[in-house]
Design a protein around this ligand. Structure first.
Ligand SMILES: [Ca+2]
Length: 279
């Protein structure tokens, strides 16, 4: 029997991040193979852009095949290096999922790090980052007709966040007061040289973390799987949240674990008396 093993020519993502003096990738148009962990999958749409990063750098993936990916997937990806308004992407990709791991912690950057400086912010492009202790200047709700919002730190420095209309952020309240914002660094620069237009893209409403705890129950969706334990640790419900909403629990305190895709969230539930549901 013959076993044919295809040769892998995996390169570090750093090699894709090398640009010429105008911000165009040196490997533009080339087919490359990389490995890393998915930090955003379909949060920005069925074709992405998704993001992947290895131990040093990140890159975007734009293809309908990203719909098979989850945050935390360890993957081998091949695709063509493509530049889209300053954003380096792999397109026409093939995907091999190895396993699902814990996603990397976001790297802490500052508002200033996001400001364009030739070649500097480029190093953060498509990486998962967090900017701490900023306020959002706008108030009200996130609208699908507004893409950019301004964040400001204690020094008065400002930068832009980009709210993708495909995220669960649309329609939610703009957090007020000091907030940490997780997201991937993206770029939208319509003309060469491509050294401007960097912005932070939160992936979901849970990426906004107020200093009074997580702003939203982002994982509480109808398709989330929920396990509910009573105060003695006994499993009393295990199934879809959509079905759980009609499930009658006795009065008391419970702990629930919500799972949506690869993300987990633990919440306390307090069930109070509702006469109409009593036996
Ligand atoms: Ca770029």
């Amino acid at each position: 029997m013959w076993i044919i093993l295809s040769l892998l020519n995996i390169i570090p993502i750093a090699d894709i991040r090398e640009n010429d003096a105008t911000g165009k990738p040196l490997k533009e148009g080339e087919l490359v193979e990389i490995t890393g962990i998915i930090t955003a999958s379909v949060q920005f749409g069925d074709r992405g852009p998704a993001t992947i990063q290895d131990s040093s750098f990140g890159v975007a993936l734009y293809d309908d095949k990203v719909s098979s990916l989850n945050i935390g997937d360890s993957v081998i990806i091949s695709g063509k290096v493509t530049l889209y308004n300053g954003l380096t992407e792999l397109t026409s990709i093939t995907v091999n999922v190895l396993e699902n791991l814990t996603p990397p912690d976001p790297e802490e950057i500052t508002v200033n790090d996001l400001s364009e400086r030739d070649g500097y912010t480029e190093l953060y492009e498509s990486k998962l980052v967090v900017i701490r202790n900023v306020t959002i200047k706008e108030e009200g709700i996130f609208k699908d007709s507004v893409y950019n919002y301004t964040i400001e730190d204690k020094n008065g420095d400002t930068a832009l966040i980009y709210i993708d209309k495909d995220t669960d952020i649309i329609g939610k309240e703009i957090p007020q007061g000091s907030v940490d914002i997780i997201g991937v660094v993206s770029q939208y620069d319509r003309s060469s040289p491509y050294w401007e237009g960097y912005e932070l893209k939160p992936r979901m409403y849970a990426d906004f973390q107020s200093h009074h705890g997580i702003v939203d129950k982002g994982l509480i969706r109808n398709s989330s799987v929920v396990k509910v334990f009573d105060i003695n640790g006994r499993l009393v419900y295990n199934g879809k949240y959509a079905d759980f909403k009609d499930y009658n629990l006795k009065n008391g305190i419970y702990f629930s674990v919500f799972k949506y895709k690869s993300e987990l969230s633990v919440k306390k539930l307090i069930v109070v008396e509702d006469k109409s549901n009593e036996d």
